[in-house]
Design a protein around this ligand. Structure first.
Ligand code: SF4
Ligand code: SF4
Length: 406
């Protein structure tokens, strides 16, 4: 893998059309709109009804990869996710915005430590609590949801993060996000769309919850405010891009150099003085322009085969940033019919397997006669494993190394 220290810094990692972009309400997420269409109820989990029905049908009919023991493993993996915060609901269960156990003598007395040191301490703590990657960025209000299901999310000029009858209140001085990525087991993801791939996501959610809650308590213990978030409160992917964890791919997910898109994301928002990381550029948009593997393997036809643009393709998209938009409702309808979440797009993405993108740009050494080198090489890697870079373009020495970055 290219060391992060040698990667280019991206000056403008997210192109925004200011005339089009508006903050996004959670109520437009497919999880909510699909659940509402199915049941007439507004909530995070109503879309699950049809998915559970099909999960049980397939289990009872004895389908491979969907047996009772497969589902049991998934339920076990998801337990802490459900106990901690149910994928992410603001100020809910253990995702509380107030200290859980830290005494007031600590929460009211901020430690006197310089931001660079606090940043390094915070990253070490995040890794201790289970994160595989950590980055820090400014919390732009653009990425904060306008509302959760039942209440708006508003900024206040002072005070502490709080919740009233009408709104969640975030003080403007809570202006930093610590973004954490949690790797998913690529061998489990390979089983997609069977339940085993869903289990990789479930254990990822449980790990996210543990780390977000623990890191928030740590920060409160240092005397600062902390809002632990899973999927809730703010969009994770733009924050992760700005925190330097990776770039957005055609499949609509963050691609990290270390784990590709086989990650889950959580974040902690805070007012602690911290140093920011820089967004990275390791060639993802250029690569995706010549690779369609996720689009070809998507069972619901949700992934674009066109060029990135500013216009969303369904009611769930938030137009105004340049990217490949995903038809989120179609995707979720497939999950429901499948009786489990799907990760086909993650499974086939070459970066999930530790693909070293920059090798693709050594085109002058490549002797491929037909087709696009980037694309052909991608298929070769999927089929044969990894081509050792110093034999690139000659008789390829194929290796199957252990997963990078673990
Ligand atoms: S999760 Fe499955 S259905 Fe959804 S976009 Fe990816 S491949 Fe398509
Ligand atoms: S499968 Fe190919 S096109 Fe899709 S996100 Fe991965 S690299 Fe990009």
């Amino acid at each position: 893998m290219i060391p992060r220290s040698e990667m280019k810094i991206h000056k403008n990692p997210i192109e925004i059309n200011k005339d089009m972009y508006e903050r996004y309400p959670v109520t437009r997420q497919a999880f909510i709109t699909v659940g509402y269409k199915d049941t007439g109820e507004m909530g995070h989990n109503f879309f699950l009804g049809k998915m559970m029905e099909n999960m049980l049908k397939k289990m009872i009919s004895g389908e491979k990869g969907r047996l009772q023991e497969d589902n049991a493993l998934d339920f076990g993996a998801n337990t802490l996710n459900l106990l901690i915060g149910q994928y992410g609901v603001p100020n809910f269960q253990f995702l509380q915005w107030k200290p859980l156990f830290i005494p007031e003598e600590m929460t009211k007395n901020p430690v006197k430590i310089e931001p660079d040191q606090l940043s390094s301490m915070t990253k070490k703590a995040a890794v201790l609590y289970g994160a595989d990657l950590v980055g820090i960025t400014k919390l732009k209000p653009d990425w904060v949801y306008t509302r959760d299901v039942f209440k708006s999310i508003e900024f206040t000029d002072g005070g502490e993060a709080d919740e009233t009858e009408e709104a969640y209140l975030i003080p403007r001085r809570v202006d930093k996000a610590i973004v954490m990525a949690f790797s998913m087991d690529d061998r489990m993801i390979d089983h997609s769309p069977e339940v085993m791939a869903s289990t990789a996501a479930s254990i990822g959610y449980s790990r996210m919850g543990i780390a977000a809650v623990s890191l928030a308590e740590y920060i409160r213990g240092l005397g600062y405010q902390a809002i632990p978030c899973m999927n809730d409160t703010a969009l994770s992917i733009p924050l992760a891009i700005e925190a330097g964890l990776g770039q957005l791919g055609r499949l609509g997910l963050l691609i990290t150099p270390e784990f590709g898109p086989a990650i889950r994301l959580a974040k902690v928002l805070t007012d602690m003085p911290l140093e920011f990381d820089q967004p990275i550029d390791f060639g993802i948009p250029e690569f995706c322009k010549n690779c369609y593997l996720c689009e070809q393997h998507c069972p619901s036809g949700s992934i674009s085969n066109g060029e990135p643009g500013f216009e969303g393709v369904c009611e769930n998209n938030n137009s105004g940033t340049k990217k490949w938009y995903i038809n989120a409702e179609r995707c979720l309808r497939f999950w429901q019919a499948n009786g489990a979440s799907c990760s086909n797009c993650i499974a086939v993405c070459p970066f999930t397997k530790g693909f070293e993108s920059m090798q693709c740009f050594e085109c002058e050494k490549c002797e491929t006669q037909t087709g696009c080198e980037l694309q052909v090489n991608t298929h070769l890697r999927i089929k044969y494993g990894y081509l050792k870079s110093d034999t690139w373009g000659n008789t390829p020495e194929v290796i199957r190394p252990a997963r990078k970055g673990l």
